[in-house]
Design a protein around this ligand. Structure first.
Ligand SMILES: [Zn+2]
Length: 176
């Protein structure tokens, strides 16, 4: 008869255990929230240039040209269709410099190719051997870094000029 005293205790333990089990299974039943992270492909011009150099066969120059167009903005009316292939790879270097200074989100803008009728008559723009990149909107030290890094990077391949004035820009032209 005295064992009946244990029954409420036994029931209490059973109830607590059941409640715990219910809560536990219920928690498990709720699908866990997993934040979906979409990896944005980051354009890494340096890695791209390394892969270019590693290629044994000549790289598809149209693909390089397309990449230059994809990675830049172009001022309306800019004509780049007949660019020399060597100018495309020079442009990629400049784009990479812009990215190093301004971050990978930055989209450099090409303001002139072979299009502007007011370049000097012997300008390399008319030979599809020169490009202008916009510098407006950048801080002074950023503009300076872009110019100096581009000059260093392209030494022996292209001439980089800091064209100051109203429409301040980086002018880059292939060497003869
Ligand atoms: Zn120019």
């Amino acid at each position: 008869m005295k064992y009946f005293a244990i029954i409420p205790l036994f029931l209490a333990v059973l109830f607590a255990g059941g409640a715990f089990w219910l809560i536990h299974t219920n928690v498990k039943a709720v699908p866990r929230y997993e934040p979906v992270t979409i990896e944005e492909p980051v354009f890494d011009a340096e890695a791209y240039l390394r892969s270019l150099k590693a290629q044994k066969k000549p790289f598809n120059s149209r693909a390089v040209h397309r990449l230059v167009l994809q990675r830049t903005g172009q001022k309306q009316g800019v004509y780049l269709e007949s660019m020399e292939p060597a100018l495309d790879s020079v442009a990629l270097e400049v784009i990479n410099v812009f990215h190093s200074v301004m971050g990978y989100e930055y989209v450099p803008v090409i303001t002139s190719g072979n299009d502007y009728p007011y370049h000097a008559r012997n300008s390399k723009h008319y030979e599809n051997k020169a490009l202008d990149f916009r510098l407006m909107g950048l801080k002074r030290e950023e503009r300076r870094s872009v110019i100096e890094m581009s000059q260093k990077r392209l030494e022996g391949r292209a001439r980089v000029l800091w064209e100051k004035g109203e429409a301040e820009h980086l002018h880059v032209e292939l060497l003869d």
